[in-house]
Design a protein around this ligand. Structure first.
Ligand SMILES: Cc1cc2nc3c(=O)[nH]c(=O)nc-3n(C[C@H](O)[C@H](O)[C@H](O)COP(=O)(O)O)c2cc1C
Length: 262
């Protein structure tokens, strides 16, 4: 196995960090790697905010479903789907005049533009994860950044066409974190199909999830629910944080809608 594959195969999320800062040069390398990621049409439809203000980290630890380790992370990078930059440029560059339309008739970004910008932002984010890993840092995504849109909009001065799709916290892993077992994945046969999508049968779900059950048993994680589906449904799919995420994203989508189709 080559070094890159080894790195990819050994990565795991890290949520407890040593109390030492991330040197400026290391941060620069991580950001540089993010910016080398593939990007649709080389447009770089994303922005990154480096959260250095402890007060903002503290607030994010609360607004992102109360996860205190966010406040303790020496490096916090937020990745935004950003169509505002292009939209601002369209208004400034004289495109309206060239096309014989008014500035107000310039199309505002829509859901498809948002999806493309999210792809860009997430691909850049993952490059930063791998770069960090190669430099001895651990990282963890914080999906809860999609919640509380209005709060984050105000906290970070976000315009309408900038959406926080991912937050990453980084730091040097503690010894205990380095030794922590890497979480298992589902078997490839349940995830990778050939040519066509395929629904899984009940037996296949049982087989797919049996690994998770045995791990939960092994780790003695509280009372083991016989029905993993119920755990998944109540603790992830219909949990309060999920409800908030869906409410928040509905609010975001109100901006990214066709205000003036051409
Ligand atoms: C989109 C996304 C959102 C996530 N959000 C959180 C989060 O809010 N808090 C957290 O502790 N971990 C979060 N994680 C990390 C996952 O829990 C972790 O990747 C998963 O348990 C698998 O573990 P591994 O990364 O160590 O392989 C997130 C990961 C992704 C990809």
């Amino acid at each position: 196995m080559n070094e890159t594959l080894e790195l990819l195969n050994k990565r795991k999320s890290v949520r407890v960090y040593e109390e030492r800062p991330v040197p400026k040069e290391v941060k620069e390398e991580i950001i540089k790697a993010a910016m080398r990621a593939p990007t649709a049409g080389n447009m770089m439809l994303y922005s990154i905010i480096d959260i250095t203000d402890q007060k903002i980290k503290d607030r994010l630890a609360e607004t992102c479903d109360n996860q205190p380790f966010i406040a303790k992370a020496p490096l916090v990078l937020m990745f935004f789907a950003d169509y505002q930059r292009n939209y601002d440029y369209f208004k400034l560059c004289g495109v309206a005049e060239d096309l014989g339309i008014s500035i107000d008739e310039i199309r505002t970004p829509e859901a498809g533009d948002l999806m493309l910008a999210c792809s860009d932002a997430l691909i850049a984010a993952q490059n930063s994860v791998i770069a960090a890993e190669s430099l001895g840092l651990g990282s963890c995504y914080i999906g809860d950044i999609m919640e509380n849109y209005e709060v984050h909009k105000e906290l970070l001065n976000l315009p309408d066409f900038v959406f926080p799709i991912a937050m990453l916290v980084f730091g040097y892993p503690t010894e205990q974190q380095k030794e922590r077992k890497q979480p298992e994945r589902f078997d490839k046969k349940f995830i990778v199909f050939e040519n066509q999508y395929r629904h899984l049968t009940g037996d296949e779900f049982d087989e797919m999830l049996s690994k998770i059950h045995s791990i939960m048993k092994e780790n003695n994680q509280g009372k083991l629910e016989k029905n993993y589906g119920k755990v998944l449904y109540t603790r992830k799919y219909t949990a309060e944080f999920t409800k908030e995420m869906n409410r928040s994203v509905r609010e975001v989508l109100k901006n990214w809608s066709s205000k003036n189709e051409q």
